[in-house]
Design a protein around this ligand. Structure first.
Ligand SMILES: CC(C)(COP(=O)(O)OP(=O)(O)OC[C@H]1O[C@@H](n2cnc3c(N)ncnc32)[C@H](O)[C@@H]1OP(=O)(O)O)[C@@H](O)C(=O)NCCC(=O)NCCS
Length: 198
């Protein structure tokens, strides 16, 4: 059997923000969903990437819908957004933001019925290709102990834990992970992707 060819779209800011806000409506497991305005507010004025994977509906193969997404942006030594400044401060003992170019995995998920089909790996590989091309040194992501699906996935994608912030309830402990980038990362890629931009 031939391996699937993943269909990925890369979006500009305005349209991408609307698409992300729309797809997040399908995720009941997220306590808060981002509005398009929040997404634009975070990404405007910085380098970012908005990726979505499309796939056929299981019952109606002619119809194609967005099923997985990934939003990342640069994280700088000097951040004015309080949340990002806090993130940089928390990671500054493990990452040298003055020397490294760091990409932050902000948002990402796959719709329930399409999980385990490689969509998130395909998006991640496309993101890594872009990040290496743009000269990023590492990708950083934050999650919690209780997000087992995400932790298992990040393990498969070869992210390393760089920091743990214990909480009173261990399920709520924050886990920070990072992946170093370089051409060697691209050598490990295995998804076949068709990418549409704009
Ligand atoms: C995590 C998530 C994005 C994975 O998406 P997906 O499209 O199913 O992932 P893929 O099919 O591309 O799998 C990528 C890799 O992760 C592995 N993986 C996927 N789900 C896994 C799980 N639950 N446990 C362990 N490994 C898992 C796959 O085996 C695959 O590894 P491989 O390519 O080496 O075989 C999806 O489960 C999800 O959206 N979960 C909810 C999001 C969430 O918890 N967010 C919390 C905030 S961080």
């Amino acid at each position: 059997m031939s391996s699937p060819n993943y269909l990925i779209r890369e979006y500009p800011l305005q349209q991408g923000a609307l698409e992300i806000a729309y797809i997040e409506e399908f995720f009941n497991e997220f306590p808060t969903r981002k509005t398009a305005a929040e997404i634009i507010g975070r990404l405007e004025g910085r380098e970012f990437q908005i990726l979505m994977a499309d796939s056929a509906l299981p019952d109606e193969s002619a119809a194609v819908v967005p099923v997985s997404y990934k939003v990342s942006h640069e994280l700088r030594a000097e951040e004015h957004d309080p949340q990002l400044a806090d993130l940089v401060a928390r990671l500054s003992d493990t990452i040298d933001f003055g020397r490294e170019r760091v990409l932050y995995n902000w948002l990402g998920a796959t719709r329930l019925d399409w999980r385990g089909q490689g969509h998130f790996r395909a998006l991640t590989e496309e993101q890594e290709f872009w990040a290496v091309t743009q000269g990023y040194d590492s990708i950083v992501v934050k999650t919690k102990n209780r997000y087992y699906d995400m932790r298992g996935t990040l393990d498969s994608l070869q992210f390393n834990v760089i920091k743990l912030e214990p909480a009173a309830d261990p399920l709520e402990s924050k886990v920070y992970l990072a992946k170093r980038l370089g051409p060697f990362v691209l050598d490990a890629h295995r998804s076949r992707r068709q990418v549409v931009r704009g």
